[in-house]
Design a protein around this ligand. Structure first.
Ligand code: AMP
Ligand code: GLY
Length: 448
């Protein structure tokens, strides 16, 4: 069994580790933009190259003849690598370019839900550069949305395309100007109601016909404790032993699950006949609000760090699960997760995400890890003598696994403290205090 794994990053390391513990003992062929030392230890072969260079990727696939491909990040998925690999007979655990529009076009995602009667969006409108839109945009923001709005670039932009009023946009003029900028760059812009609530991620495996959820996770995008500082790729995450989250009601989780199933079914209906629907990971970014849950966005891949919480809990065989997704035979017995809580904290360079002045400095990780701890390396390099050095982005995701979120937090915290080098991490993620704050916020929102 050979698997082509297209990714670097800590998420890629977690995917590689989970594939590697399969009974199939697969040979992993890794194509990656940066040589990830964690994946290198698990892979039979590693090719460092631009993963957006599809002809070069196809060349390696032709030479190595993998049984299937697993694609980590959004760019190659959105760009159509799955279709390209399929054209040479290599199936993927990821959707085709058409289906991946659920992530690569925020307008497509919103319009798909509207068309199929999935009532889970905030109020929204898509504006296109067909005519002068300045006045209609201003009217929509001021009149319909009463100045509480979000402007979304309608294509992939490395997580930087969304601007929220009051956070990034401080006047109506700024909002209109950003909307026009988006339209000029990609032809369309989504403007929607600003929701008030608490965010969470619910990722599902889907074969097109069948959709099975993973445990819900909460991510923390702000760089610093107390949700302050600039936005990042995600500083850490937690999940609970009951696979829900302390601030969600049973109805909230059931509804998010239903919305993921409805979206997979809607994508199936939209697919051309020869495509058997959306295959891979459907990641719903939700917000729990006063009267239920709303979709913030969809992603067509594993979340990072969310995958670092989820994959260590997978008790079933990841290769069998991947094959079931590809073959359209996914069944509940393919997906079983340990009923444990997890906390993931990302170690980053001390000045991340701004200055990146620590790049190239040595770093030492705790070793050996306890049985209930995991460490997935991200943007680091390794010298010939085994010295690890910092890159400019997130360094490593450290995960604690336990019966409660609080115990998982202690394990992760303790391991983070042992990392030696010019790094930092958020101390508050997964603490009882932070979790209580989320629960109280939701209680207050539901009572208004
Ligand atoms: P997205 O890329 O769509 O996930 O947006 C990035 C971030 O913007 C989300 O994680 C939210 O914090 C925020 N956001 C997006 N849409 C909304 C919305 N309709 N209301 C409030 N915040 C939002
Ligand atoms: N955790 C956010 C993302 O993967 O997009």
């Amino acid at each position: 069994m050979k698997i082509l794994l297209l990714t670097s990053s800590a998420r890629g390391h977690a995917i590689a580790e989970t594939l590697a513990r399969s009974r199939h003992m697969p040979a992993i062929i890794n194509i990656c933009p940066n040589r990830n030392p964690g994946i290198r230890r698990l892979a039979a072969e590693q090719y460092v190259m631009d993963i957006m260079d599809f002809p070069a990727v196809l060349e390696i696939a032709k030479q190595t003849k993998p049984d299937f491909a697993f694609i980590g990040p959004d760019d190659p998925i959105g760009g159509g690598i799955v279709d390209a690999l399929e054209s040479i007979g290599v199936p993927s655990v990821a959707p085709t370019k058409d289906c991946a529009r659920i992530e690569s076009s925020k307008g497509f995602a919103r319009e798909l839900m509207r068309k199929h009667g999935i009532d889970a969006s905030p109020r929204f409108r898509v504006f296109e550069t067909t005519s002068d839109q300045i006045e209609p945009i201003r009217q929509y923001i001021v009149g319909d949305l009463r100045g509480e709005y979000v402007v979304k670039y309608d294509a992939l932009k490395g997580g930087k395309g969304v601007k929220v009023s009051g956070e990034h946009l401080h006047s109506i003029d700024q909002g209109v100007a950003y909307a026009l900028e988006c339209m000029q760059e990609c032809g369309r812009v989504v403007i929607e109601e600003k929701l008030i609530g608490v965010e969470f991620s619910l990722m599902s495996f889907t074969s097109g016909k069948t959709t099975i959820d993973m445990p819900a996770v909460q991510d923390h995008k702000r760089a610093c404790d107390g949700d302050t500082g600039p936005n990042t790729g995600g500083m850490g995450t937690y999940s609970d032993a009951n696979h829900s989250l302390p601030f969600l009601t049973a109805q909230d989780l059931a509804r998010a699950s239903e919305v993921n199933r409805l979206v997979a079914a809607a994508l199936m209906k939209e697919c051309p006949e020869h495509v058997e629907g959306y295959k891979g990971i459907l990641y719903g970014g939700f917000m729990a609000v006063r009267d239920g849950v709303r979709v913030i966005e969809y992603n067509a891949r594993f979340g990072d760090p969310e995958a670092l919480n989820i994959l260590p809990l997978l008790e079933t065989d990841f290769v069998d699960l991947s094959l079931a997704i590809i073959n359209g035979e996914l069944k509940p017995e393919h997906v079983r997760f340990a009923r444990k809580a997890t906390v993931c904290k990302y170690i980053t360079p001390a000045s991340y995400p701004e200055a990146k002045t620590e790049k190239g400095r040595p770093i030492v990780f705790p070793h050996p890890l306890p049985e209930n701890g995991r460490l997935y390396v991200g943007d680091i390099s390794e010298d010939d003598d085994g010295t690890f050095r910092l890159g400019g982005s997130r360094t490593a995701g450290i995960v604690g696994i336990a019966d409660t979120i609080a115990d998982a937090e202690s394990i992760a915290e303790n391991l983070c403290e042992q990392v030696k080098g010019p790094v930092r991490f958020r101390k508050d993620i997964g603490t009882a205090e932070l979790v209580k704050k989320r629960v109280e916020t939701m209680k207050q929102i539901r009572s208004t």
